[in-house]
Ligand binder design. Structure first.
Ligand code: NI
Length: 167
């Protein structure tokens, strides 16, 4: 297992088009395990492949309090979304920034698991928001894109400040 460095906004790899995964082999399983390890290490509830610089349709999620409910979505699509919510969100690629993003209350997602098997999962609450946030990543979109230009500018400053203090 290995930790991967997380890339931060405005890294262009966060915006690159992602490729569908077609090989469900040992290499993919190693990558998924590395992504879980990286997500737990960074205290995130989700991590999408573009966040470690890989343009692949893959994300790992764990929204449980005990950090023991691993959930992997590969080549996911949202089948339907309903209701409206404005949850507060953060992102490992935009550290130090928290703000509200418009999300559906409930979604149904179709995806493949690490063995390539298709499944459908309906979710509401935090898991539903997380699905939308991670699937946005696979489409090159970040939660700060939903903010007003002024708030986006403030977020960029907060991020720069945060990253300066990291060094
Ligand atoms: Ni994120």
């Amino acid at each position: 297992m290995a930790l991967h460095p997380v890339v931060y906004l405005p890294d262009s790899r966060l915006r690159a088009p992602t490729q569908a995964i077609t090989q469900f082999d040992a290499e993919l399983k190693t990558l998924i395990n590395d992504m879980y390890e990286t997500m737990y290490h960074e205290n995130g509830i989700g991590l999408a492949a573009p966040q470690i610089g890989l343009s692949l349709k893959l994300a790992v999620i764990d929204v449980s309090e005990k950090r023991n409910e691993k959930f992997c979505i590969i080549n996911p699509e949202i089948l339907y979304a309903e209701g409206e919510a404005m949850p507060g969100e953060g992102c490992l690629s935009v550290p130090g920034v928290y703000d509200k993003a418009p999300r559906a209350l409930k979604v149904k997602v179709r995806a493949q698991d690490e063995n390539g098997n298709f499944f459908e999962r309906e979710a509401d609450g935090l898991l539903a928001h997380c699905f939308q946030h991670e699937i946005d990543h696979l489409n090159g979109k970040l939660f700060v894109d939903y903010l007003s230009p002024l708030k986006r500018q403030m977020a960029r400053k907060k991020l720069e400040k945060y990253l300066r203090h990291q060094k």
